[in-house]
Design a protein around this ligand. Sequence first.
Ligand code: URA
Length: 435
Amino acid sequence: MRAVDLIIKKRDKLALTNDELEFLVQGYTQGTIPDYQMAAFAMAVTLNGMTHQETTDLTMAMAHSGEILDLSQAAPIVVDKHSTGGVGDKTTLTVAPLVAACGLPVGKMSGRGLGFSGGTIDKLESIPGIKLDLTTEEFIRQLKEIGIVLTGQSADLAPADGKLYALRDVTGTVESIPLIASSIMSKKIAAGAHAIVLDVKVGKGAFMPTLEKARELAEEMVAIGELSGRRVIAVLSPMDQPLGNAVGNALELREAVEMLHGVGPEDYRYHCLHLAAYMLILGQKAPDIETGLAMAERARQDGSGLQKFRELVIAQHGDVSTIDNLDELPKAKFIELVLAEKSGWVNSVNAREVGETSVQLGAGREKKGDPIDPAVGIMVYAKIGDQVQAGQTVFEIHANDYEKLIQAKERLKKAIEITQDRVERPPYFHGVIGL
Ligand code: URA
């Protein structure tokens, strides 16, 4: 078999077989197929698409390019969750402990921030000392012992995706539904979860700008789940404005832990409780959404979710005093308010602008490997549908660099739109697929 013939086949809009896709993935992982051929293949897929069968075969070939974890030794059903990425999305930090507190083990490998969207691992790193590079043995042992693990993505899992993702990032081939679906699902399958709740974000602050595209991606991933023997459901959630109030690593960690104390923004509370409920349904702990919601809410109210989070921090060598006293988390030198310039109704709060401004303050990376500043970020105090008065605080900027603070202030003034006409609040969810 020759890579060039397979590129030509995809260029001519023909479907590739399982053997052909395995040949490409194995060759690329081992280095016998060079970047330029894989880039040509990725572009042909981006332009011509793939059938469900091809996407599933590509996913399984990438999942099998490295180790596949078997979590059955840790628990009969392990449920994972995955967000396609958004601004202010600290959901895992609240949901994983709530679900684990309900007796369903959660073992999750998370990523770092990507572009304007944040990553769970960067947020957790705000806790001094926390270990986020667990070995497979440590992962399984902790999952068995305390029923919750949050760690970084192991390089041994789906290495083909790691390589291909970096190539796609620089060849204009990120925004392809079969490539995104196979990238996400190969990592989830390799990480060993028996069931997966996907949080597919749609809107200005998401990879998928329209509901139609988000639905297509969600359906593709649910179909891959079915064909690979995993139970998968996908929630479609809006990402035109940031989720909750906090954007930035320590600020988000604080909001996530406060939610475990029982307080926090309503959109974030609703989102967390529903995702937890769907995980409990897939994990066969709750027969229906009402029961799942009640279980998750109980774990929030009675402090058992918070206790699970503390257990996780202690097991992973983090300084738990920062969780017990959130004022000990890293703090920025400067705090500056952005005020509403007029009275009216909030019509938009551009999630992408807020995310990019937060990255510019130092909360994310401009390029791979850059250090990040856990203390900086933005608190968003006005949400779509809120009525605001001129002079009311709409954003609070946390910065460590005065120049960057001034730039952020100018950007944020333009990131919010206030109109005279009443604006309805957006829905918290656009739908669920696969339930
Ligand atoms: N997240 C991933 O893991 N892969 C993609 O291709 C896009 C988002």
